[in-house]
Design a binder for this molecule. Structure first.
Ligand code: ZN
Length: 279
């Protein structure tokens, strides 16, 4: 444990930002973990995703307690980006509780039609607790088979609803099934969305087996993007062991925008992993 702790502390040197050391603070004070370690007051401007030119109407003050975006040098820190697809849903709150207990941030690629009145508080909570929300389309279709109008609508409706209920316009898109093509890339570019695929596919939706999911997650290396589904109960069951695994290895949990550096994400471009990371 001493070695892992030392790695965490060394990694902390490369983190900046108003709450960037939260991950490490928890490790240092393991005996006295605060109930809600992420709830640190930060002004709303630090929360906003930084495609600022596209969201001048940001309603400041909507989420005053939210932690800020962090600048993390994932070329020098062991970073992992956990991503949870297909929500929000009945397990979103549980996933957020588990992540909070480890001061871990993740990215939630949400489906527009799932944003029902019942789960809207969870959607706001995702942002309030420092996670990232990405666009996972409205109906979860294969985007590469859609007409131009339908394609545009799948992305635009979802981004608009996310913005309406969280104040944040997403800057990332995960194409369902990873199905994309040049037309999808062009539309994503027009709508300010970088395409985020993945490095490690847990295939959790198929196996429904927490041990198998954990085993596959362990294939992650620094810079990996791990694909999980928050709608699968056995995946939620696996989260505590997944987080213990990365804690032991001294990883920093980053959102996908933090993984690449938000200012370096290019709309329309496709990303699968962060190259050039420490081993
Ligand atoms: Zn999906």
């Amino acid at each position: 444990m001493g070695g892992a702790l030392a790695a965490l502390c060394a990694a902390a040197l490369f983190l900046t930002g108003c709450s960037g050391v939260g991950v490490f603070r928890q490790a240092e004070e393991a005996a006295d973990v605060p109930e809600r370690p992420l709830s640190r007051p930060v002004d709303a401007d630090t929360l906003r995703h930084r495609l600022t030119a596209q969201q001048p109407e940001w309603p400041t003050g909507r989420l005053p307690g939210a932690p800020g975006f962090r600048t993390v040098d994932c070329a020098r820190v062991r970073c992992v980006a956990l991503t949870f697809d297909d929500g929000p849903g009945k397990y979103t709150g549980k996933v957020l509780d588990l992540l909070a207990a480890h001061n871990a941030r993740a990215t939630f690629f949400v489906i527009g039609r799932n944003i029902t009145p019942e789960v809207r508080p969870q959607l706001a909570r995702i942002v309030a607790e420092g996670h990232e929300i990405g666009n996972h389309t409205w109906n979860h279709p294969q985007l590469n088979g859609l007409s131009p109008a339908k394609l545009k609508d799948e992305l635009a409706r979802t981004s608009a609803l996310i913005k309406a209920y969280t104040g944040v316009r997403p800057n990332t898109l995960r194409p369902p099934y990873g199905m994309t093509n040049e037309r999808v890339a062009q539309e994503a570019k027009r709508q300010g969305l970088a395409q985020i695929l993945w490095t490690v596919d847990t295939v959790d939706w198929k196996d429904h087996n927490a041990a198998v999911v954990l085993k596959r997650v362990k294939q992650a290396r620094p810079g990996s993007i791990v694909l999980l589904h928050e709608t699968v109960k056995t995946t939620v069951d696996a989260i505590p062991e997944i987080l213990k695994h990365f804690d032991r290895q001294g990883y920093a949990y980053v959102t996908v925008s933090e993984l690449f550096g938000e200012e370096y994400l290019v709309a329309g471009q496709k990303y699968k992993e962060h190259a050039g990371t420490v081993q």
